[in-house]
Write a protein that binds this ligand. Structure first.
Ligand SMILES: CC(C)(COP(=O)(O)OP(=O)(O)OC[C@H]1O[C@@H](n2cnc3c(N)ncnc32)[C@H](O)[C@@H]1OP(=O)(O)O)[C@@H](O)C(=O)NCCC(=O)NCCS
Length: 123
């Protein structure tokens, strides 16, 4: 079994640049001036963050960069004392976010469990 410590040590942090644009609500990971991952979000109702367009370039997937970028955005939301993070756009694999604590949100309508299509993390 590969330990998580080992895996994250493999990221070449010395070459990694993290750009966070607070006003533009986006974050980019760059390696040798090349964008290798990015994320956009919106803050609504003064308490909710909506994450969209989250992705890591093909060549760099599976190396821990996605997890690293996700943690940055989650920490930012905590810093702003936001209450909930939602995933939008549907283009984001749920399994990736589940291991970070996100859950599919269900509602009960007439005692029937209904998937709302939202994936959320309560902070
Ligand atoms: C999904 C994505 C953001 C993950 O980023 P990444 O850098 O490849 O992921 P990481 O290396 O940080 O992996 C972190 C963890 O998430 C898991 N994971 C990665 N991709 C996953 C996926 N698609 N579904 C479920 N879990 C996933 C990894 O197994 C890893 O788990 P571990 O820590 O237990 O080993 C990235 O692969 C991506 O941008 N993919 C293209 C977009 C895409 O898949 N779109 C779906 C279209 S429907």
């Amino acid at each position: 079994m590969i330990s998580k410590k080992r895996k994250y040590r493999d990221i070449k942090f010395t070459r990694l640049v993290v750009n966070i644009d607070i006003i533009g609500c986006s974050a980019h990971l760059r390696n040798n001036n090349k964008t290798i991952g990015s994320c956009k979000w919106e803050i609504q109702n003064k308490g909710d963050m909506y994450i969209s367009d989250f992705g890591i370039e093909d060549k760099y997937q599976g190396k821990g960069y996605g997890n690293f970028l996700a943690r940055i955005v989650i920490d930012l939301a905590k810093l702003y004392h936001l209450k909930t993070i939602y995933l939008i756009d549907g283009a984001i694999p749920e399994g990736f976010w589940q291991q970070l604590g996100f859950k599919t949100k269900f509602l009960y309508k007439n005692k029937v469990k209904v998937d709302t299509g939202n994936v959320e993390l309560k902070l």
